[in-house]
Every structure is written in C-alpha cells, then in structure tokens.
Design a protein around this ligand. Structure first.
Ligand SMILES: Cc1cc2nc3c(=O)[nH]c(=O)nc-3n(C[C@H](O)[C@H](O)[C@H](O)COP(=O)(O)OP(=O)(O)OC[C@H]3O[C@@H](n4cnc5c(N)ncnc54)[C@H](O)[C@@H]3O)c2cc1C
Ligand SMILES: *[C@@H]1O[C@H](CO)[C@@H](O)[C@H](O)[C@H]1NC(C)=O
Ligand SMILES: *[C@@H]1O[C@H](CO)[C@@H](O)[C@H](O)[C@H]1NC(C)=O
Ligand SMILES: *[C@@H]1O[C@H](CO)[C@@H](O)[C@H](O)[C@H]1NC(C)=O
Ligand SMILES: *[C@@H]1O[C@H](CO)[C@@H](O)[C@H](O)[C@H]1NC(C)=O
Length: 608
C-alpha cells in the first residue's frame, strides 16, 4: 500500500517535473526569438570604453601563460596546458558564459542576433554581397565562452588530407597530412561508424548524427547518387562524395569546445578563466622584442597581467590581427597611418580567406511534418528530433568539378530542410528590404528546401585592418570575395550542379524547381545573368581565417611553424588566423587540430 503510494507520487512528480522543463524551454525559446528580431548589433566596443580610456592601470599578477580568447582554439589549448600541474594559465574572454538556449542546435541562427555575437559587418563590397544593405555582409563571431564554436552550425568536416600537405609544401615543417592527422583523431569521440582507422574514439569532442534522420535524407542521398556522387564517410579515406552531415553535438546538444574541453579543466587550480574582459594589446619591450604580458579592461578598469613564459593570442581570425596591430605588429605603413609605434613590420591582417557561400531555394511539393514546439522540446530533451539539427541542415556533397585534376574538392553543396521562420534569415544575412520582402512573398516556408553552394578553394583574398588606434573601434573587414574572376566562374560552374540535381530521380520525386528570385532580369546573356545573381546573393560561410598566416618568409607570413610571431619573443598565435591556405571543408575541426598540435609543441618546449 505504502510503496504503491510512493510509486504514484514518484510518477506524478516526474510528469510535473518534465512539464516544468518543457514549459521552461518553451518560454526560453519564445523569448529569445522575440529578442532576436528586435536586437540591434553593436557598432563598436562601447561596453569597454570607460575601461579603455581609464588612465589608471592596476596589476593583475603573473602567470606562466596568458591566453587571449576562450574560443575553439583557446578552450582546447587552455585545457591541454592545464594538464601540466606546474603550468599556471590565465584565460581571458571578452564574452559571457554559454546558456541553455545556445545549446539547442536548431536555434543557432538566433545567437547571431544577440549579445553572443560581436556584431561585425564587412566593409561595403564590390564583387559579392551586392544584395545586402549597403553591400555589407555580416561577419558573425562568437563572443562568449567557446567562441564561435558556441554559435556555429556544428558541421564536422575536416577538409582533405591534401590541404595540409599544401601547408607543409610552403615550408611549414610538421604540418603535412600525416603529421596533423593524429591530432584530428585525438580530440574526437566519433559515434558515426565511419571509415576504419580514420576516427577518434574516446576524445573529448563528440561527433554524431542528428537522429532520427529527416525524411528528406532519402531524397538527398538519391539525388547525390543521381549526380554520380559516391556515398561515403567524407572525413575518411576519400574526400570526394556525399552523405548526411556529421555534427559536433552530443546527445542532440551543441558540443562547443568549451563544453567538450574546458568543462573538464575549469575546476583545476592552475587554470583561471576570467570572462567579460577585453584584451587591448600585448605588452612588448620596450628595449627588446620580448612579450611581457597583456593589457585588458573590464567595463571600468584597466589591468596589466604578466606572462612568465608566453602570451598566446587565440582571439580568432578577426580579433587576433586587430590585437597584434594595436600592439605594434603589422604592416608598417598602415600602423604609421594609424599612429601606432611599429615594433615589427609583418603582413598581419592580409591573406583573409573566406569561403563564398551562395544560398539557394528550391520549391518542392514535400511538406515538412510540423509538430508543436512542446513536442519538439520533449524530443530534444531525449536527444532527438528537429531541434537537434543545426538550422535544419541535413546532407552535404563534396564535389571534384575538375574530374580528378584537382586533388581536393572544389565545391561543396549543403542540403537543408524547410525552415518555417524565414524572416530571421533576411535579417541575419542583412538582405536588402526589397529582396527580403519579395522572398517573404514567394517562399513556401513548409515546403521550400535550401541548397547552398560553397567555394572551397577560393583564390580571392581579403584584409582585416584598423579603423583607428583605439580598441573601442571594431576593425575593418574587407572580405573581397569573388574579386578574382575565376572564383565567380567556379560558382557559375557550381550552379550547373544545381540544375543537374533538380533533374535527378531523388528530387523529381518531390517536384523540385529552382526558385526564380527575379533579380538581374535585365541581363540577357545567361552566363552574365548567373554571374549577376551570384554577386548579389553570395555571402560568407562564416569561415574567416588566414590573417596571421604561417610560413617561413616574414615578408609574406606572420608566424613560423611553431606558431611564434616572427621576430618577437614569447608571443604565439593559436587559432584559425594561422591557416596559410584554405581548408576544403568547414574550419572548426581544423582549428581544433591546430590547438591540439600547438599544445604539444608548447608542452615539449617548457616541460622539465
Ligand atoms: C555562424 C557560424 C557558423 C559556423 N559554422 C561552422 C560549422 O558548421 N562547422 C565548422 O567547422 N565551422 C563553422 N564555423 C566556423 C568555426 O566555428 C570557427 O572557424 C572557429 O570556431 C574559430 O575558432 P577560433 O578559435 O579561431 O576563434 P573563436 O572561436 O571565434 O574564438 C575567439 C575567442 O576570442 C574572444 N576574443 C576575441 N577578441 C578578444 C579580446 N580582445 N579580448 C578577449 N577575448 C577576445 C572571442 O570572444 C572568442 O571567444 C562557423 C562560424 C560561425 C560564426
Ligand atoms: C553519371 O555517369 C553516367 C555513366 O558514366 C553518365 O551516363 C551520366 O551522364 C552521369 N551523370 C551526371 C549527372 O553526370
Ligand atoms: C510541380 O511543380 C510545378 C512548378 O512549380 C507545378 O506547376 C506543378 O503543379 C507541380 N506538380 C506536382 C505534381 O506537384
Ligand atoms: C510531387 O510531384 C511528383 C512529380 O511531379 C509526383 O510524382 C508526386 O506524386 C508529388 N507528390 C505529392 C505529395 O504531391
Ligand atoms: C624587433 O623585431 C623587428 C622585426 O624582426 C626587428 O626589425 C627589430 O630590430 C627588433 N627590435 C629590437 C629592439 O630587437
């Protein structure tokens, strides 16, 4: 009698408890979506102005290592360095902590319209982004613990083996495919049953599929077979082929590098993480080129902290070059124009690499099975369902357009399911109002699917440079995508695959047709019309890298193959800025590889 009563109470409590949780998530999602739609991105680092302008500077003590930025690379590096008990590390992060909302993969786009994004735009562009307000593309960057890995799309695509051989061919010793491959495996905990020997099991970073698969997956696989793609583990033996997407999620939740790595290390007494502080410069000299520490600010106060061994800048491909230039390391002429005393003349900020990204929409007669948000949340809490799919992404094709001439894929196609909330996309991409209004009118949110093209090995390069010598100002970001004609031509070629896909059995079954966005209609020549469309709608794939590139020649590169800044002692860069050349995939896994490798280099150097 008594025990039956206990069981009933227990069951009741469980039901109540789970409905409280569902209600909590429902309210959280509603509120955050509402806030995102009216959120205004900041124009500068106003939040830190008082601290920046303070004349008083306080001492923050001394650590072995000071790491700037707790993003993908910073989280991994700090975790690995703190494995050595007598290394004492300070990790400085400008943003705040992660929360329950940014854990939900399907909600990823809303984070870009929130305080979790630095809020950058490109400078007005000439060759791409022409369909955006003021010809400016958005350049979202994570401003929170976990960095961009806490707001990204979680697609796990390592790039090709040959990409890294090309890095090595530039004279970077230790960066060939064979050298870096073990580091990809080291961090990974793969759940996808991929090619034997190619994946890590038991690493900190989980990789899995979103389950159960979307019912569109079948059509997507059939379509890829229809264009002669093989269905493969694209993080395995063969880099060319298609399949459903591998995601860095765990039991359906985001696996930022903070969750995967830093969470294991935060309690260690030899690692200190400080959030909500802006690092404004590295302190170098004055007599020799030795890095002594960094200056950082809170809202109102300025601090100086010293590094006994090294300062390691992991602030990402936009902020890392900004910090170096503010410290006097950069192109001499530019620094002089900005009134910054030059410590080292290096090509900082040049070689900005970005993957051009062209989102397209197909009308279909498929209809997405829509359920209530409550049902989706209940599934999510069990690690399942549509909320576990980042922005509705399902499948990918990595295509070798040159039929074996190129050793790496040149084009990537991403397939996504219908996304009922279109208005947010227009805002997210900074689309011109006329285009946004037109799209809202003709798109069928429950049946139109997305197909996006990426150019994996672009030849065009952009540049990050300073607006002024004040850390209050955001840096200028000139993406300069498609400035090289061959990049535009490659995208025109990629459009050809879209017409082929539409004609496959897989896509005929859902009666797919490419949406005519009624742009460039005054252009008669079909090729010119495609080019016009491409230049209007191409935006970034959120993969900036290369701005402090690695290589031996200091007139062309900023760091050496140990990632140390040329000519400066005790200063290293460890993040996506060091990529000398593009990666034929998405770049988070490669960034983590860089941090894993750097951790070993540093440990070897200082461990006794
Ligand atoms: C919207 C979006 C979607 C993406 N999708 C994918 C994807 O699906 N797959 C993939 O592989 N890659 C994706 N990426 C790219 C990938 O996430 C990034 O390339 C990667 O996270 C970069 O790592 P990082 O360590 O170089 O920089 P970040 O992770 O950006 O870390 C830099 C950190 O430094 C902090 N910081 C910067 N300046 C300062 C300062 N002055 N003081 C203190 N702290 C500072 C930042 O706040 C941040 O936390 C995406 C990126 C975005 C933005
Ligand atoms: C696929 O390969 C077959 C056989 O080689 C060929 O006939 C067909 O045209 C190819 N299809 C596409 C879309 O390239
Ligand atoms: C297929 O799409 C075309 C163009 O959108 C439309 O006219 C036609 O009615 C559709 N057919 C079916 C069977 O849905
Ligand atoms: C969608 O269109 C295709 C091709 O026209 C047709 O065979 C199929 O029956 C249609 N499906 C639905 C659900 O209307
Ligand atoms: C600092 O490094 C730069 C670049 O390598 C060099 O030109 C300069 O002489 C160095 N300055 C000192 C004081 O060592």
């Amino acid at each position: 009698m008594n025990s039956l009563f206990t069981v009933i109470i227990y069951l009741l409590l469980n039901v109540v408890n789970s409905s409280i949780t569902t209600t909590y998530y429902k309210r959280l999602i509603d509120r955050r979506i509402r806030e995102a739609m009216t959120y205004k991105l900041p124009k500068n680092n106003e939040q830190f102005r008082k601290g920046i302008e303070s004349n008083d500077i306080q001492n923050y003590g001394e650590y072995d290592f000071v790491i700037v930025g707790a993003g993908s690379a910073g989280s991994v590096l700090a975790t690995r360095l703190s494995e050595i008990a007598n290394f004492n590390t300070l990790l400085l992060e400008a943003g705040d902590e992660e929360d329950d909302f940014n854990q939900i993969p399907a909600m990823m786009i809303y984070n870009q319209l929130s305080r979790k994004n630095w809020g950058y735009y490109s400078t007005p562009q000439k060759y791409s982004c022409l369909g955006m307000n003021n010809q400016q593309c958005v350049v979202p960057r994570g401003k929170l613990v976990g960095g961009s890995s806490s707001i990204n799309s979680m697609m796990y695509i390592r790039g090709s083996c040959k990409d890294y051989d090309k890095w090595s061919d530039l004279g970077n010793h230790g960066w060939s495919c064979d050298d870096v491959f073990p580091y990809f495996k080291k961090s990974e905990n793969s759940q996808i049953h991929g090619d034997n020997g190619y994946h890590g099991i038991g690493g900190f970073w989980n990789v899995e599929y979103s389950l159960p698969p979307s019912d569109l997956l079948e059509n997507i696989i059939a379509a890829n077979l229809g264009i002669n793609q093989s269905i493969i583990d694209y993080n395995g033996i063969n880099p060319f082929g298609s399949n459903q997407l591998q995601f860095s999620i765990k039991h359906g939740k985001r696996q930022s590098l903070a969750k995967a790595f830093l969470e294991n290390a935060r309690a260690r007494s030899n690692l200190k993480l400080v959030t909500n502080v802006l690092v404004t410069k590295a302190i170098i000299g004055p007599q020799s080129n030795v890095t002594r520490g960094v200056e950082f600010v809170t809202q109102n106060t300025k601090f100086r902290v010293l590094a006994k061994k090294e300062v390691i800048v992991s602030a990402g491909a936009i902020n890392t070059p900004q910090i170096l230039m503010l410290s006097g390391i950069g192109p001499k002429k530019h620094l002089e124009e900005m009134g910054i005393p030059v410590i080292a003349d290096l090509p900082v900020g040049k070689n900005l690499i970005e993957h051009p990204f062209l989102p397209l929409v197909l009308h279909t007669n498929y209809t997405i099975q829509d359920t209530t948000m409550e049902k989706k949340i209940d599934l999510y809490l069990r690690g399942l369902g549509p909320l576990t799919r980042p922005a509705g992404m399902i499948g990918v094709a990595l295509i070798n357009t040159r039929n074996g001439v190129e050793e790496v894929p040149t084009i990537e196609i991403l397939f996504g399911e219908p996304n009922p909330d279109l208005s947010v996309f227009a805002k997210m991409f900074n689309l011109k109002e006329t285009t946004a209004a037109f799209l809202t009118e003709i798109i069928h949110p429950k049946s139109d699917i997305t197909i996006s093209l990426l150019l994996l090995n672009p030849k065009s390069r952009g540049r990050v440079f300073l607006k002024s010598n004040s850390p209050t100002d955001f840096p200028n970001i000139d993406l300069n995508m498609l400035s090289k004609r061959e990049d535009a031509n490659s995208l025109i070629e990629a459009m050809g695959y879209v017409s082929k896909i539409v004609q496959t059995d897989g896509f005929k079954k859902i009666n797919a047709t490419l949406l005519d966005i009624k742009m460039c209609n005054n252009v008669n020549d079909i090729k010119r019309k495609l080019e016009c469309l491409i230049r209007q709608m191409t935006t970034t794939c959120y993969h900036p890298c290369g701005t402090t590139a690695m290589g031996p020649d200091r007139t062309k590169f900023v760091v050496d193959d140990k990632l140390k800044v040329h000519g400066i002692r005790n200063l290293r860069v460890v993040d996506a800025s060091i990529f000398p050349l593009p990666v034929s995939g998405h770049i988070n896994a490669a960034t983590v590889m860089v941090a894993e490798k750097a951790a070993d280099v540093i440990k070897k150097m200082y461990e006794k």
